[in-house]
Design a protein around this ligand. Structure first.
Ligand code: TYD
Ligand code: MG
Length: 451
């Protein structure tokens, strides 16, 4: 019996596939977004495919360490977990203009000296890419370029050239002939990416997909790709700042939350090897509302400054705004401050900002955030040579965070001589050159901070 032709319908908003056409997408609720798609590979009969599938045992699987391609950009290698893994797919997202194309052109130029590399651009002309290359000082004849928006063409070129690394900039501009929907629609982005994932796995080429994301993550495109790829990197930055932080939010071949730090200069992105010093605003005088803490995102400790502004909300609904910290975490911390520190911020607007555009994802920022709030509320500065870190529990207890000793020695390196930290984070032998105030409860911490 001939196999039945499969009909499927994909939503152009969320990419979800349905066996039947409906007016409203059952997954995202959008209206009139389902379009018919052809499902490649579905024609092979089930029996033929079942015979080919191989099964192995866990013990038989080779666990030799993944070989890595070092990109020549050490900060990028760090976020990737030690370099590009052949056959892996990396998604690198960020707002338009943040420096994705710049970083990748620099990286590919460095890579192409030792390995073949192909840069496919769907956004810019070859001339624009070449001009940027000149500006970056990477006029390199070994780097293959193509201006193209059809995925099939890029796949064919990659099969011909067999590059070690392939970049598609950006994935939203590519389209595949297998779908009828417009380029940029979620179904197109998803199907294009699926073809590139197949290419990577079959050929061993490392594929890097560039994706544009707006501040609110509004463009759903790159988000729907997160689960299809091996590694997801996002650019973070403060508006107007020249520093760029690249964070691994997912990595099948390394630690998540690893950070790479760059500075945008006239001739491209420069690596910042010692990022601790750049995120402190280094006031000349003591200012109220500022606290310095040590975060450890990924494997590297990093000194950051958190600023708070507490202002009378003039009878309106008090506002809580957190930039760089989770907003609901701030609400929770203020509740702990009220209940266990006896300090109320009802009737006050509270604004929190982590300097430098870094988004803190761990809880070590709890205590410093409250310290900054209190410092602003009382209009009393904290000591400039003091660092603070620690997690706060709902019962008012100060909990230890991982890597206490490492954080303290990073602070000493940058000239801090006092620390208010969770008791369990204090190394037994202490830290040479530093006076440490171990604290177990919020009220103890508040006392140690305002001596
Ligand atoms: P770009 O890499 O094009 O951003 P994306 O690909 O993420 O959209 O970066 C564009 C910005 O970077 C642009 O505003 C100019 C700036 N820039 C520099 O400051 N120096 C440089 O050497 C380059 C190439 C760009
Ligand atoms: Mg670009």
């Amino acid at each position: 019996m001939a196999p039945r032709a499969k009909r499927r319908y994909a939503c152009s908003e969320c990419g979800g596939q349905q066996p039947q056409w409906t007016g409203q997408c059952p997954e995202c609720g959008s209206w009139n977004t389902l379009e018919e798609v052809h499902v490649a590979g579905e024609v092979a009969s089930g029996a033929a495919r079942r015979a080919a599938a191989e099964v192995t045992t866990l013990a038989e699987v080779s666990t030799a360490p993944q070989p890595r391609i070092t990109t020549g950009v050490a900060e990028l290698d760090r976020v990737l977990g030690g370099g590009l893994v052949p056959g892996s797919v990396v998604l690198i997202g960020g707002e338009p203009g943040i420096g994705k194309s710049t970083l990748l052109l620099q990286t590919l130029a460095a890579l192409s000296r030792s390995h073949g590399a192909l840069y496919a651009t769907g956004e810019e002309s070859l001339q624009q890419v070449a001009l940027r290359g000149q500006r970056l000082g990477v006029v390199d004849d070994a780097l293959h370029l193509m201006a193209e928006t059809a995925v099939e063409e890029v796949v064919a070129a990659a099969e011909r050239l067999r590059p070690r690394a392939l970049v598609l900039d950006s994935v939203q501009t590519f389209h595949t002939a297998t779908l009828g929907s417009a380029p940029g629609s979620v179904a197109q982005v998803r199907e294009s990416a699926a073809q590139l994932v197949r290419l990577a796995k079959a050929s061993g080429t490392a594929v890097i997909l560039v994706g544009h994301v707006t501040k609110e993550g509004a463009l759903a495109g790159p988000r729907v790709l997160e689960h299809m790829v091996d590694t997801v990197l996002y650019f973070e930055s403060d508006q107007g700042s020249r520093y760029r932080v690249v964070r691994a939010v997912k990595n099948r071949f390394g630690a998540a939350n690893e950070l790479g730090v760059f500075a945008m200069a006239e001739d491209g992105l420069r690596q910042v090897r010692n990022p601790s010093s750049i995120f402190l605003s280094r006031h000349d005088q003591d200012v109220p509302g500022s606290a310095v803490f040590v975060t450890r995102e990924g494997s590297r400790p990093l000194l950051l400054e958190v600023q708070a502004l507490v202002a009378d909300s003039a009878g309106g609904q008090p506002r809580r705004v957190a930039v760089g910290l989770d907003g609901s975490r701030l609400a929770l911390l203020l509740a702990v401050l009220q209940r266990h520190g006896g300090i109320s911020t009802a009737g006050e607007d509270v604004f929190i900002n982590v300097v430098g555009g870094v988004r803190v994802q761990e809880t070590a920022g709890d205590l410093p955030a409250l310290a900054a709030v209190l410092s602003s509320l009382r209009n009393r500065p904290l000591a400039r040579d003091c660092v603070i870190f620690g997690e706060l529990g709902l019962a008012g207890e100060v909990r230890p965070v991982p890597g206490g000793e490492e954080r303290l020695s990073e602070a000493v390196k940058h000239g801090f001589v006092r620390a208010v930290v969770p008791k369990k984070n204090v190394p037994r032998e202490g830290v040479p050159g530093m006076t440490i105030h171990p604290v177990q409860r919020l009220d103890e911490a508040l006392e140690a901070l305002f001596v």
